[in-house]
Design a protein around this ligand. Sequence first.
Ligand SMILES: [Zn+2]
Length: 355
Amino acid sequence: MTAKHKLKLALREAYARTLFHTGLHRVVNRLMPRRLTILMGHCVDAPAHNAHFPRDMKIGAAKLEAWLRTFQRDYELVTVADGWKRIQEPRALSKSLVALSMDDGYADNRTELLPLLQKLGATATIYLEERPLEERRITWTHKLFWTLDRSGPDEYIRRYGELSSDRATCEKLAAAVREGRQIYQLKRVLKYEADPADRDRTVDAIFRERSGDEARLAQQMYMSWEQARELEQAGVELGVHTISHAILSRLDADAQRAEIQGCQRRLAERLRAPARTLAYPWGRRWDYNADSCAIAAESRFECAVSSHAGTNDARAKRWELKRIAIDDDARLHLLVTEACGGFDLLRKLGVDWSE
Ligand SMILES: [Zn+2]
């Protein structure tokens, strides 16, 4: 990390702590235009469902409850679809809006998150991936996480090197492990740089060698359609997250359309109401493209969300709404500073300390 970047992080931290602990965030919140802040997570910590998940996919129930209570004091908690609709009339809002979104459709969203939402009288938006629900199949990333949890990175890379014929990727994986940024880097190399067919085959072979059972793991990790319907019944918004969690930008427009509209049709078939919003898998600017946004528009969604940090006002890019990641390591003072418009205020003053 460069000295300049370290300084930026330190200033950002000091600014957010000051706003949060002095209560100034409430003043900023009142002064700044009304906005919609969308929080983005994956699961609530529940060992029966997600013990092997990386830390950045989980948040403890007690922490999430405390955070939602904090937001409930100064904001209105809404779904993504309602939040986007209502932010179009900012003058009609007495408070700014916060939406909690959770991606992929994990079982804990039903068993842990729903009771928490009901206790608080709150709601959320959950983005469902079709394949784990419909076919009980999982992506290569979850086979990777599950196996890494058993073997550790060194052993994993050794075996990968023996089974894969993609030599360039094996070299990069070995280098990533040597540099010590292990699981995150392994995932990044396998996601963006590996030959996808070789990767899927190799990850699956290692998973099976360790007696991994795809259907059983899918059952343990993901909710069922029955549970999805219980969430819908309870007023939780269920949105589209594609059939197979593909990197959309790697697909042509027809294949993207099949991923997005296929999942949309399946949800319409299995649930009571049509999905109103879409979350691009992975969600970074390089994971989707102009075709993805055009297909979101032609598919009559109300808006689509990315994974880039920031808040949204009425003029936000409707097909690329921003979200702020939450996990166990996220910090409440930074979340509140985003939500109250504290970083937007700085940007207006020409200082960009966000992201
Ligand atoms: Zn996802």
